[in-house]
Design a protein. Structure first.
Length: 96
């Protein structure tokens, strides 16, 4: 059994977003969907005062390294395919 901690960070553009209120609504929806669908810790961690970009970070812990990799791949696909955001950059840190 190999323990794994994975931290995923996305920088995302929000095309057409014109206000912080609109941005926060979109980001809150994404974060809530990630929490409920994947049962991970997730938060907006950067660019909070920029209305058309955001940084979102998720963390997961698993007793199985392969399971952690699979879940992190599914999370990345979920974010990349989300219609409201455009992926600017992605970073994955693993501690296994």
């Amino acid at each position: 059994m190999s323990r794994a901690v994975v931290v995923l960070t996305w920088q995302l553009a929000i095309p057409g977003c014109r206000s912080l209120k609109e941005k926060r609504s979109a980001v809150r929806s994404l974060v809530q969907r990630m929490r409920s669908r994947f049962n991970v810790s997730v938060a907006e961690t950067g660019l909070q005062d920029v209305h058309d970009r955001t940084e979102v970070t998720a963390a997961l812990v698993s007793s199985d390294g392969r399971q952690a990799e699979s879940l992190s791949d599914r999370l990345d696909t979920f974010v990349a395919e989300h219609g409201r955001f455009l992926l600017v950059s992605f970073h994955r840190d693993r501690v296994m």
